[in-house]
Design a protein around this ligand. Structure first.
Ligand code: F6R
Length: 612
């Protein structure tokens, strides 16, 4: 989704800004732009397409100046065109604004500003902010005008603005769209970004703005405010991840790198949390609410996309092993359907990689408003969901750069299993059961290595299946959501129309689709529903649909149904999704590559979906 970078200091701003935009490319965008201020003049360059196109344009028309802001836009209001790309300038070209989020009352504001003679050049909601500040600035200082304009906006925003009358300052404000301020190693330089990875090359010392906060950033330092323009002190924090973690290294794509990081993901997500002796998981982030959790009688998991599918597996785990009635809910539905919450006995668990997904945040606020105990299961430290929950467990997957989630999903499953042990042991789970799960979690990294070693074989299958335009993914019980996740990955990055189904549902509809041109990817590993799954595959075979099966090591029987088999190590049923999803991630990845696509940057998708 849209990205913001800003710089003020002694270097040429253009270079810092473009480097920042490059680092934000993974978030998904369709146009880019940059503005710098030099000699009381704002100069912009905007282009449609990749940052490389912008760099090309800048090499022909370099922008001078040591202060500037830049943006990658993911189109919401108006197509991806040069006119709609940010920054947007006011009528006189003296104010420049970049914006992430959506301004809900822009139509009313635009009409009013037009009636006052403002000339609009784009179809965006963002442009109203520029003209609104311009309007106010006629009768007050730029600083006051900035705050007055922000006060008029309904919706979500991360905004950065420059003005020729305050030539060494960047004005920023946040509500709903993340913004971070970076303090340079050289004392006279400061950065702003919508995502810390944009400025990690230059600094690790940052201030996270929270909702309804603003800042004025100059080479003399950072002043932070509430949105009603009152001064506010903020803490400087350290970014913990390294530059290496956000670089591709020897891998052709981030997605492949992140899939291969998964043994380490399990190690990191479980570090210090496995108490094998007592069959317990040690979750320090829950210690403050442990007693309240003991009384909880119902859980609701809220999440979107892949995180929602991880939550669906969590629902199975929590009901079967912790004995707590659990519902999984899509954030965008939950928040608008008047859910019934029992404030005394209910906890809500928000699952999110980014911690910034607008729909999950909306649902979380809805549940909190109704009194539920709010727990976060989040990857990005300090993100909105992490801050707005009463307690939580970080998934520690490290930065996930590829748009399609892989390692973050795996970390979510790992932490959901730890949570299951935690809550289960508070209730009736035996020590022996707890021990079995904890011990198995400890050996999963080695089992994952065995799956990754089959990468070349999976690539061969992907080439074989690359020409199909559709696929049906089937699984049962714990692996029904895995089938949905496999299908989601394939449609996201390989643009294959893939459906994920609980295999028992196949005969209630999708079986009508099957013939020799419609392959089935089936998760048929040895578990409590193995025989049922086998019967479903017989039904598939009878329709001549090609079958790619995911089976447990040593299962030769499966060769009666198909020659295309990927073998995975055995584990306990509850943890089988952690292993089974990996071949499906690799399959989607190689399908995308075989179809000539860039798996890291699928069309139309954004990494962190900060709009509704
Ligand atoms: C799919 C994918 C998305 C995200 C979803 C939620 O590969 O990445 O479906 O899972 O947008 O994002 P987070 O976890 O950041 O809330």
């Amino acid at each position: 989704m849209c990205g913001i970078v800003g710089y003020v200091g002694s270097r040429q701003a253009q270079d810092v800004l473009v480097e920042g935009l490059r680092r934000l490319e993974y978030r998904g965008y369709d146009s880019a732009g940059v503005v710098t201020l030099h000699d009381e003049d704002l100069k912009t360059v905007k282009t449609v397409g990749k940052v490389a196109v912008l760099m090309d344009a800048l090499s022909r028309t370099p922008l001078r100046g040591t202060v500037g802001i830049a943006h990658t836009r993911w189109a919401t209001h108006g197509e991806p065109t040069n006119e709609n790309a940010h920054p947007h300038l006011d009528c006189r070209g003296t104010i420049a604004v970049v914006h992430n989020g959506i301004i809900e009352n822009y139509v009313v504001l635009k009409r009013e500003l037009e009636s006052r003679g403002h000339q609009f050049r784009s179809e965006t909601d963002t442009e109203v902010v520029t003209h609104l500040i311009e309007e106010y600035a006629q009768s007050m200082s730029f600083s006051d005008a900035f705050f007055a304009a922000i006060d008029q906006i309904v919706g979500t925003f991360g905004i950065a603005a420059l003005c020729v009358t305050e030539p060494r300052k960047i004005f920023v404000a946040r509500r709903g769209s993340p913004l971070v301020l970076g303090l340079g190693v050289h004392r006279d330089e400061f950065f702003i970004a919508s995502d810390p990875s944009a400025i990690l090359t230059y600094t690790r010392d940052v201030i996270y703005l929270e909702d309804d906060e603003a800042a004025i950033v100059s080479e003399n330092g950072v002043e932070t405010f509430s949105l009603d323009h009152l001064k506010k002190e903020k803490r400087v924090e350290k970014i913990e991840w390294s530059l290496e973690e956000i670089e591709r290294g020897r891998f052709p794509h981030f997605m492949l790198k992140e899939i291969f990081e998964q043994p380490k993901v399990i190690v990191d997500a479980t570090r210090g949390r496995l108490d094998a002796k007592n069959g317990q998981s040690v979750l320090g982030g829950l210690s403050d609410v442990a007693e309240r959790l003991r009384d909880v009688e119902r859980l609701t998991i809220i999440a979107c996309g892949s995180a929602h599918l991880a939550g669906a597996i969590g629902e199975y785990m929590l009901e079967e092993y912790a004995g707590i009635p659990t519902e999984i809910e899509i954030g965008s539905e939950f928040r608008y359907r008047r859910p019934i919450i029992d404030p005394k006995r209910e906890a809500v668990i928000a699952v999110s990689q980014s911690g910034e997904t607008a729909d999950t945040i909306g649902a979380l606020r809805e549940a909190k408003g109704k009194g539920a105990l709010a727990i976060g299961l989040v990857n990005v430290v300090g993100s909105t969901i992490a801050r707005e929950t009463e307690a939580g467990i970080y998934t520690h997957a490290g930065p996930e750069i590829a748009v399609a989630s892989t390692k973050a999903f795996l970390a979510q499953l790992t932490v959901l299993s730890l949570l299951t042990v935690f809550l289960g042991r508070q209730r009736s789970m035996s020590q022996a059961t707890g021990q079995r799960i904890i011990e198995e979690l400890a050996v999963l990294p080695e089992k994952i290595e065995r799956i990754l070693a089959q990468n070349d074989r999976i690539k061969i299958f992907a080439k074989k299946y690359a020409h199909y335009s559709s696929a049906l993914f089937l699984g049962r019980k714990y692996n029904a959501p895995v089938a949905l996740e496999g299908a989601l990955k394939l449609k996201e990055i390989a643009y294959v129309h893939a459906e994920g189904y609980a295999a028992g549902e196949m005969k209630h509809g999708p079986i009508a689709l099957l013939d020799k041109s419609f392959p089935v990817v089936a998760i048929v590993t040895k578990d409590s529903v193995y025989e049922k799954m086998r019967s479903n595959l017989e039904e598939v075979r009878a329709r001549n649909a090609p079958i790619l099966a995911l089976a447990s090591e040593g299962d030769d029987e499966i060769l009666r149904l198909t020659d295309d088999v990927l073998y995975v190590p055995r584990t306990i049923e509850m943890l089988s999704p952690i292993l089974n999803v990996i071949p499906l991630q690799l399959f989607a990845y190689h399908m995308a590559v075989a179809r000539g696509l860039d798996p890291d940057r699928p069309r139309n998708l954004a990494k962190s979906v900060t709009v509704e």
